[in-house]
Design a protein around this ligand. Structure first.
Ligand code: NAD
Ligand code: MG
Length: 388
């Protein structure tokens, strides 16, 4: 008999969460689901809980508690609500945890899973951006395992020689360039949320889609890569590759460049991390290079995409700068999605908050959470000034 892997999914109702559920449903004999968490999509969460026979489910927003209780009435499934319940979901004894909550809201629960020494599929890049040093220290201390789910980092994880870091020259993070890759700044001035979330290659949640359009996503990924891999900041390069076929590369000192390729379908990196260190089949379309015929590359334009410059500067500045960058960006993206500010106001707000912040070292998670809160308050002021 094959021993089942017990798993929890933090953020099971999102884009990464539903792709993870899809893979589990295709392989029911391999997984045993412990907890599932959502925020507002109660119907989907309850459906997943029943299908996967979860032990514990909860909603982050307590307002949805009664609705969840009604949906699961008569089922032998424990339920909860609120931030504490999400922490409880992460604490439950699953071997493997998918960290797929969006934003800094994922930090505290992901940290709980690390403290249990669990194997974590990390999609929630914002947690590494705001607390990278503390998270990586905790991974060492509690002997947890972080498996990057973000497609670029998953690619690097597959081709990087961790045992011989002295042979690595640099990491090349590929970027699609997003829906506005060829837009002038004047054109970007008036783009709508609907245009920004319509990514040319990937189907993703709204926040990361806007981040891809502004290239802040690549900036967050630069910081993510810095924490995950033994490479200095100046040796992490960004290369625009519009087809999203090469998911990233590692260049070695002898001139060899190793890359991981695949169709742009998150079920491949999710399957890799779910089955690690083995492999499992994934339903992603098989790569047909003859059909694609051409792969293109270009340098990123930091003038049209200032978010990428801001992220690199924040990484170089260190201390609280990456945490502030992330918090201000989350608030600005949310205001853009509500049509309160324009697209170019997103990096402008982030830059203003970064410049006005009294940056300090972040030695404890509580300091990270306080910094995140303060940066959000400053971001709201920056948005107010620019409100339409
Ligand atoms: P999404 O918006 O589709 O889903 C977010 C999930 O988080 C949902 O389950 C939602 O209920 C939950 N959530 C939202 N706010 C919450 C809160 N305050 N507290 C607790 N839970 C909350 O997002 P997504 O696209 O699935 O992205 C999830 C994470 O994965 C992000 O960090 C993103 O950067 C990363 N990621 C996503 C993709 C992708 O293809 N979607 C690719 C790489 C990395
Ligand atoms: Mg990515």
């Amino acid at each position: 008999m094959v021993l089942k892997k017990s798993i929890s999914i933090l953020g099971s109702t999102g884009s990464i969460g539903t792709n993870t559920v899809d893979l589990i449903k295709r392989n029911p004999d391999q997984f045993n689901v412990i907890s599932l968490t959502g925020n507002s999509n109660v119907k989907l969460l309850a459906k997943q809980a029943k299908e996967l026979q979860a032990e514990f489910v909860c909603v982050a927003d307590s307002v949805n508690y009664t609705a969840l209780k009604e949906e699961l009435d008569g089922f032998d499934i424990e339920i909860g609500a609120g931030e504490e319940a999400v922490i409880e979901a992460a604490k439950r004894d699953a071997d493997w945890v998918m960290a797929s909550i969006v934003g800094a809201a994922g930090l505290a629960p992901t940290f709980e899973a690390i403290k249990r020494g669990a194997i974590i599929g990390l999609a929630n890049k914002e947690s590494l951006v705001c607390a990278g040093d503390l998270m990586m220290q905790a991974v060492q201390e509690y002997r947890a395992t972080l498996l990057p789910v973000d497609s670029e980092h998953n690619a690097i994880f597959q081709v990087l020689d961790f045992k011989r870091p002295e042979g690595i020259e640099k990491i090349i993070l590929t970027a699609s360039g997003g829906p506005f890759r060829t837009f002038s700044k004047a054109q970007m001035q008036s783009v709508t949320p609907a245009q920004a979330v319509a990514h040319p290659n990937w189907s993703m949640g709204a926040k990361i889609s806007v981040d891809s359009a502004s290239m802040m996503n690549k900036g967050l990924e630069l910081i993510e890569a810095f924490h995950l891999f033994p490479v200095a900041e100046e040796n992490i390069e960004v290369l625009v590759h519009p087809q999203s076929v090469i998911h990233s590369m590692v260049s070695y000192i002898d001139g060899s460049v190793l890359a991981q390729l695949g169709s742009p379908d998150m079920r491949t990196p999710i399957a890799y991390s779910l089955a690690w260190p083995d492999r499992m089949p994934a339903p992603s379309p098989k790569l047909n290079l003859a059909e694609i015929a051409q792969l293109n590359f270009e340098q990123p334009d930091l003038e049209r995409f200032p978010a990428l410059r801001l992220a690199r500067e924040a990484l170089q500045a260190g201390q609280s700068a990456p945490c502030v960058l992330n918090a201000a960006n989350e608030v600005a993206v949310s205001a853009f999605l509500k049509e309160q500010i324009g697209f170019l106001d997103i990096p402008a707000c982030v830059e203003e908050v970064l410049n006005n912040f009294d940056h300090k070292d972040l030695k404890m998670i509580e300091q990270v959470l306080n910094t995140d809160k303060k940066a959000r308050e400053l971001a709201l002021q920056a948005i107010e000034k620019r409100s339409k």
